[in-house]
Ligand binder design. Structure first.
Ligand code: NAP
Length: 436
């Protein structure tokens, strides 16, 4: 029997389990360990609450979870309840699918001021992640700045701009819906340190900004390259840039809607200032050098903002004893191999890029590598019974998938009208619902 432990129950973790099932069939047992009592990682707490069609992929993971050779081991923290060394001694293969839940730092003065938050925290807050439910972001000023030109910046700007009615059908948590309902933000500035051709925003997500009830995207036509230059872009990027052109072509300067989402290109944040809290972002105008990098021009200006959300990418938390690439913020690995018996998939392997589906081939690649590295019959390691004995000796009672199904049912039962669920945001609440 081949024993595989996957650390992390997000998309990369479940795709790996699915791939191992396909590769090894009944000859393997897979334990998916998560520090939270609830599964699905980024699907539950990263994907925007108003993107329910993306979240529906969790049904596929559920089908994997309900098979006999896969087990969810929730509320167990690797590094606290069990070490990597112990897992390597118990399992033929240990797969790190821990994602990238830490915000990359901005590295500019003022980033620690109250009012400045990273997107992991902000997104976790409106999605009810237990680490971030108490964030209480400042929503009372007239200005907010969102730093970055990726899809997360779009998620954040859109969530800030939507009306309560526009969250109908979403699973945004009540504390965020209530707080956003009292927000007084009128101008959301999205800062891009490079230009429209360098955005990392996909067309569907960008297009959504053009259909908001009370908010209007504004683009300065002077920032756009000549239309004929779009021909050199790959088709998806060309569509995204076309959305920016459509936003720029809209006449009326946004007078018809009260909230403005202003795209400020060639704009690099160099400091955040204020009297004990964020009040303004100091921005330096940039130009692109010959390699397409942003370089400061020396021209600076200030954008008033009580809330600053940096959406500039994420890092994987290191684990003691596991080789780590500081520069890239992920585990050091060679095509997913970290060290004998230890593998990495998803953002923990590649860094924080790609869509949910991008993680699927990662899982299949690792299953093939395990097949090459480990004898199909396994190496006689204990696997599950060994982990159970170890955890029991430490007084740790893992949350099972059956427990999660009870939490799931309780969240659905708590749902407000028009919402598919109301998530528990405290671990104790989740544990209680899982056992009742
Ligand atoms: P991202 O796509 O890598 O975008 C990060 C942005 O931050 C880039 O525009 C980057 O600019 C900018 N940036 C980096 N460092 C900066 C700094 N020091 N100052 C100013 N700007 C800086 O990352 P993301 O938005 O976090 O998204 C992560 C992944 O999740 C992406 O693959 C994304 O597509 C995916 N995602 C998908 C969806 C969806 O499909 N609906 C939703 C959310 C996220 P440069 O280009 O100049 O480096």
């Amino acid at each position: 029997m081949l024993h595989i432990a996957v650390i992390g129950s997000g998309p990369a973790g479940y795709y790996t389990a699915e791939a191992c099932q396909k590769q090894f069939g009944e000859a393997c047992r897979i334990d998916i360990i998560d520090r939270l009592p609830v599964p699905f990682g980024l699907i539950r707490s990263g994907v925007a609450p108003d993107h329910q069609s993306i979240k529906a992929v969790s049904r596929r993971y559920e089908a994997v979870a309900l098979t006999d050779n896969v087990r969810f081991v929730g509320n167990v923290t690797v590094g606290e309840h069990v070490s990597i060394e112990e897992l390597l001694a118990l399992y033929d293969a240990v797969v790190l699918a821990t994602g990238a839940p830490l915000d990359r730092p901005l590295g500019i003065p003022g980033e620690d001021l109250p009012g400045v938050v990273g997107s992991a925290a902000f997104v976790g807050w409106y999605n009810g992640h237990s680490d971030h439910a108490a964030l209480a972001p400042v929503l009372s000023g007239p200005g907010a700045v969102v730093i970055g030109n990726g899809n997360v910046a779009l998620d954040v700007a859109r969530v800030l701009a939507k009306t309560g009615a526009e969250f109908e059908g979403s699973d945004i948590v009540a504390h965020a819906l209530d707080a956003l309902g009292t927000a007084t933000i009128e101008t959301i500035t999205i800062l891009g340190r490079r230009g429209p051709h360098q955005i990392a925003m996909t067309p569907k997500e960008l297009g959504e900004l053009g259909h908001l009830t009370r908010a209007m995207p504004l683009v300065d036509a002077a920032d756009l390259p000549p239309q004929e230059a779009d021909a050199a872009l790959e088709p998806g990027q060309r569509k995204s840039v076309q959305h920016l052109r459509d936003f720029a072509a809209h006449t009326g300067n946004g007078a018809d809607k009260p909230i403005h989402i202003v795209f400020d290109f060639f704009a690099m944040p160099i400091a955040i200032e204020g009297d004990g809290k964020a009040e303004r972002v100091i921005v330096e105008r940039t130009a692109l050098d010959g390699e397409g990098r942003a370089t400061g021009t020396g021209e600076t200006y200030a954008i008033p903002a009580a809330l600053v959300v940096s959406c500039i990418g994420y890092r994987t938390p290191p684990i003691p004893g596991v080789p780590y690439d500081e520069r890239l913020g992920r585990f050091a690995n060679d095509e997913g191999r970290v060290m004998p018996g230890l593998y990495a998939v998803g953002w923990a392997r590649r860094g924080p890029t790609g869509t949910i589906g991008t993680n699927r081939p990662d899982g299949f690649a690792i299953a093939e590598q395990v097949a090459v590295d480990v004898a199909a019959a396994g190496s006689g390691k204990q696997g599950r019974p060994g982990l159970d004995t170890l955890l029991a000796s430490r007084g740790v009672a893992p949350v099972t998938f059956r427990d999660w199904q009870r939490i799931d049912a309780a969240e659905i039962a708590r749902a407000r009208a028009g919402s598919p669920r109301e998530k528990f945001t405290r671990v104790e609440e989740m544990l209680k619902a899982g056992k009742s």
